[in-house]
Design a protein around this ligand. Structure first.
Ligand SMILES: [Zn+2]
Length: 327
């Protein structure tokens, strides 16, 4: 593809990503921040309570990052006020999970100007998320037990000792569309999906499905299998392999809920309601199993967990040690 066409395509793709600047038509910043706090706690519990099952670890701190650059200049003061963030330029801590390493030393709204003696990375390009993506990526690559000295400005530093967890960082998008996505490292949850959940167990079910995609390395494995993630994903082998990853994520998600102390039956409850929601697409997507099949499979995993518990056997999830090949 010629370079100009490629950069135009990239610009269109980025424009299609709902940005936080759209918050004027969506949730208030306070409501958004409240959902971020819930997702931070749920993500921290799912990744750390289940760490012993995960084949790959990253340090988990129990935070979600924010950045003043995420907001249009005219809305920035209001947005930063929702977090109690005083610094108009530095990235800051937008949410802190309960009982996490971050909760031991940080507060929501605290600016971070340096990490381990270096200024926070600038990130590549001018996308609003570039800087915090660079921070999260560099921290995720550290050995799981690496303690950090965070420079929080005015010459003050705060030491944070993370705990090992399964891979995933978390972000809440202000979009009203009830969706979520996992790219192998990030879990993005739309505000609309979080609102659809009736409580933390159901919200955890939605988050656990995305964490399961990351643990099972679905994005990388689909890419390695040459699967088309564009328009072609609705057809033939592409659709079949996508569907396989959705079934795997559903199955593992129920065990992740159980391992983190959430109700494993919440997954079937949540997705059954989700499959019947108003405004859903008329035709089922070729990339996902039918809703009835999904709910039946989720109920079967919850029943398997109940049987293990009744027999007093330790839980061990399916798939996690050796997921079947995508071919
Ligand atoms: Zn999925």
């Amino acid at each position: 593809m010629p370079r100009r066409a490629r950069s135009l395509l990239l610009a269109l793709l980025l424009a299609a990503i709902p940005g936080p600047a759209m918050a004027s038509a969506g949730p208030s910043y306070r409501d958004w921040a409240a959902i971020e706090a819930r997702v931070a706690t749920i993500g921290f519990r799912l990744t750390t309570a289940n760490a012993a099952w995960c084949p790959v670890h990253q340090p988990q701190f129990g935070w979600i990052w924010g950045d003043p650059r995420l907001y249009d200049a005219d809305r920035r003061p209001e947005a930063l006020a929702a977090y109690g963030a005083a610094d108009r330029d530095a990235p800051f801590i937008a949410a802190i999970a309960a009982a996490s390493p971050a909760a031991a030393g940080m507060r929501v709204g605290a600016a971070v100007v340096g990490i381990r003696g270096s200024p926070v990375p600038a990130g590549e390009g001018d996308h609003p998320f570039a800087r915090i993506t660079a921070i999260e990526t560099s921290l995720a690559a550290l050995p799981a037990g690496t303690a950090l000295a965070l420079d929080v400005g005015d010459g003050r530093t705060i030491d944070i000792a993370p705990v090992p967890g399964c891979v995933s960082d978390f972000r809440v998008e202000p979009s009203a569309k009830p969706g979520a996505v996992a790219d192998g490292r990030m879990v993005l949850v739309n505000y609309g999906l979080a609102q659809f959940a009736t409580g933390d167990d159901e919200l955890a079910a939605a988050v656990a499905h995305e964490v399961a995609h990351n643990i099972l390395r679905h994005r990388a494995r689909l890419d390695a299998a040459g699967v088309d993630r564009g328009l072609g994903k609705q057809f033939g082998r592409n659709a079949r392999l996508f569907k396989q990853t959705e079934i795997e994520a559903d199955r593992l998600s129920v065990w992740l809920l159980a391992g983190a102390g959430y109700d494993p039956a919440a997954a079937a409850r949540f997705w059954e309601r989700f499959g019947q929601r108003k405004g859903r697409p008329l035709l089922p997507a070729a990339t996902h199993p039918r809703w009835g099949d999904r709910v039946a499979a989720l109920e079967a995993e919850a029943a398997a967990i109940a049987a293990e518990r009744a027999a007093d056997r330790p839980l061990h999830p399916p798939l996690i040690d050796a997921p079947p090949p995508l071919e």
